[in-house]
Design a protein around this ligand. Structure first.
Ligand code: FES
Length: 103
């Protein structure tokens, strides 16, 4: 007999997917000195805005868009809207775009 499927609560209200392969193709590119990855720049900004654990960022494999000098990102609540966030985008702007479920 197999074990039963279990469910656990999470503190997450938003799940953001970032392409890890896009990130690996660039050496940083975001944050004040353009040395941070998009993931770590977004994480710092989320913390600064008081969204500690309510936002989960997950790095994925290639999402098939493969932009040049940008990272593909998706808000899991809005799967019909794939974003490409160019290298050097101010992190506040990147976060505002990726957090907006539509628009
Ligand atoms: S490498 Fe990032 S979308 Fe393909």
């Amino acid at each position: 007999m197999t074990d039963p499927i279990e469910a656990r609560p999470t503190p997450w209200q938003t799940v953001l997917l970032l392409c890890g392969k896009c990130a690996r193709k660039m050496d940083g590119g975001y944050g004040p000195e353009k040395k941070q990855t998009l993931r770590s720049a977004l994480r710092s900004e989320l913390k600064a805005q008081g969204h500690g654990r309510s936002v989960r960022i997950i790095e994925t494999r290639c999402m098939g868009l493969c932009p040049k000098k940008a990272v593909t990102a998706l808000n899991a609540s809005a799967p019909t809207r794939l974003l490409t966030i160019p290298r050097g985008t101010p992190v506040v702007e990147a976060l505002a775009q990726v957090m907006a479920p539509r628009g």
